[in-house]
Design a protein. Sequence first.
Length: 219
Amino acid sequence: MVLFISFLLFLGYGFDRFYLGAGDTMFPIGTIVAFGAGSVSALSSYYSGDRAILLSTGAIPLDRALSAATEDARLKIRQVDNVVEEMSIAAGIPKPKVFVLPDPDPNAFATGRDPEHASIAVTQGLLDMVTRDELQAVVAHELSHVRNLDIRLMTVIAAMVGAIALMADWTGRGMRRGAGAGSTRRGRSRSGGGGGAALLFVIWVVAMLLAPIMGRRSR
């Protein structure tokens, strides 16, 4: 997380120095915007990222899934609810909310910022395919992510990666378009700093180019 924050702030600093020509004297607009965008994105994902994930996957709450299911499917859905409760007691954490995805592929995932606000989603394909013991193993795996706060870490990092990609895109578009007086200030800033400033400019451009790749690999 420190690496992602540093990367985001470096993009903002480069925007100030090389695009605005701010050097070390002007108000650090880009740095503040980068920090603000990263903070807002991280906080938004922290508090509402789980709901966004569940909504995007089409996950259905347990009670709605039960009301719409056939009798055989209801047995499977009740079974996963019992397994989640059983494994939550064994792990010593509150029982997460249970969701069902109307998807024939066998899969499951956990989401939420902490054990008190966690959810577990399983696909109908998984419920139809596995035995109770196998389902228990899948649920135990997902609960380990909840207990160890893995999902919170990955949700916040994914938000910061998005902010990095967005900042790099904005800056890249601005650099390609150029801007009258801003171009003059940029030229003075790069030339006035000598070889060190030129090297820093190259590193900043490379960072902008790597930001989208970094985002895809992180996801």
